[in-house]
Design a protein around this ligand. Sequence first.
Ligand SMILES: Cc1cc2nc3c(=O)[nH]c(=O)nc-3n(C[C@H](O)[C@H](O)[C@H](O)COP(=O)(O)OP(=O)(O)OC[C@H]3O[C@@H](n4cnc5c(N)ncnc54)[C@H](O)[C@@H]3O)c2cc1C
Length: 351
Amino acid sequence: MTEQVDVLVVGAGPAGSSAARMAAAGGARVLMVEQRPIVGLPVQCAEYVPAQIVSTIRLPEQCITQRIRTLRTHLPDGDVVETRAAGYVVERALLDKALAVSAYRAGARIWTGARALERTERGVLVRRDAQSTEVVCRVVIGADGPRSSVGSWIGLSNASFIDAQQVEVVLPDPQDYTEVFFDPAYAGGYGWLFPKGETANVGVGVNRSLGGDPQRALAQLLDQLGMGSGAIVSHTGGPVPSGGTLDRLRVGSVLLVGDAAGHTHPVTGAGIFSAVVSGAFAGQAAAEAVQSGDWATLDGYENEWTPFMGGPLRHALGKRRFLDQHWSDDPAALSALIRENWIAFKAYGRR
Ligand SMILES: Cc1cc2nc3c(=O)[nH]c(=O)nc-3n(C[C@H](O)[C@H](O)[C@H](O)COP(=O)(O)OP(=O)(O)OC[C@H]3O[C@@H](n4cnc5c(N)ncnc54)[C@H](O)[C@@H]3O)c2cc1C
């Protein structure tokens, strides 16, 4: 079987749905394929987004589970520092679904349970309901997450990751601040508590090459918080790219966006906002290329993305490398390192 479209988007996460929405809104015939049977599930996320996200997407009220005012940073020397950090903890499954609905309303079609298998001369082979379809297309947008297949087809892959483990626990009392925890055992990463009404996402991300063990670190954090295993209502985890934006975001008519492009913040691990932004830029460039027939128009994606997010992510990558090189088992030394290199502190802005 064959299917003919202008733009094929692989992956229906925030990056894919944003790309599909913008490409379809720009007049392209768009198909978005998602290997999971249900868009957005299972959730692999701590679900915090900065308030700034509402400048790029409509955040439906039902997606918001908790409004956040501040961030409390717990240092290994016992100091706790509170800073402004307006944002939301969202119901990520609902957010992903809302973004996919927006893509559909703009004119994109969605296939769930459909896995992109390999590149063909004319497009991509997709397996759905035990049936293979060759999707013939002019542009492919790889929005297929941290370990992107589309990226591997064009020789562009994330090389370093933080390994994250997380549980959702019953929260004794509601709170309107997020918390992060630094400890020598959370090697090259940190622990977090992000409240969502009656529950909270409690997790840890660590760098295994620095000796981090995500399961042990999570057990330690739960112990530190006095939260027993009887309070856990769900468990998730996954890899978070930490090596920064890939050297290239496009080869020919194949573009990478979101986690597939390494757009996750190398220090915080946050990637939803940049996935939405990069997807939108790529979708727009794809529509323009399809309409004009001028493939150089695809450069518009990087030309928009780089001035918008390139600088902050490059800066964060420098900080990530410094943190990894100087990680310390000594609580006082680690606290000093975090005061210089964590986003909550003024010194973070310095090179
Ligand atoms: C434990 C954890 C906590 C996190 N917490 C936060 C947070 O609080 N805030 C934040 O901003 N970021 C957080 N992140 C990062 C954030 O989840 C990602 O940056 C974000 O999901 C990136 O969106 P994306 O659309 O690029 O990729 P994804 O959301 O990963 O979507 C990729 C989609 O592609 C699909 N796919 C993959 N391969 C194929 C294929 N071959 N064919 C078809 N479909 C395919 C996948 O099924 C998936 O649905 C966290 C990550 C983890 C692991």
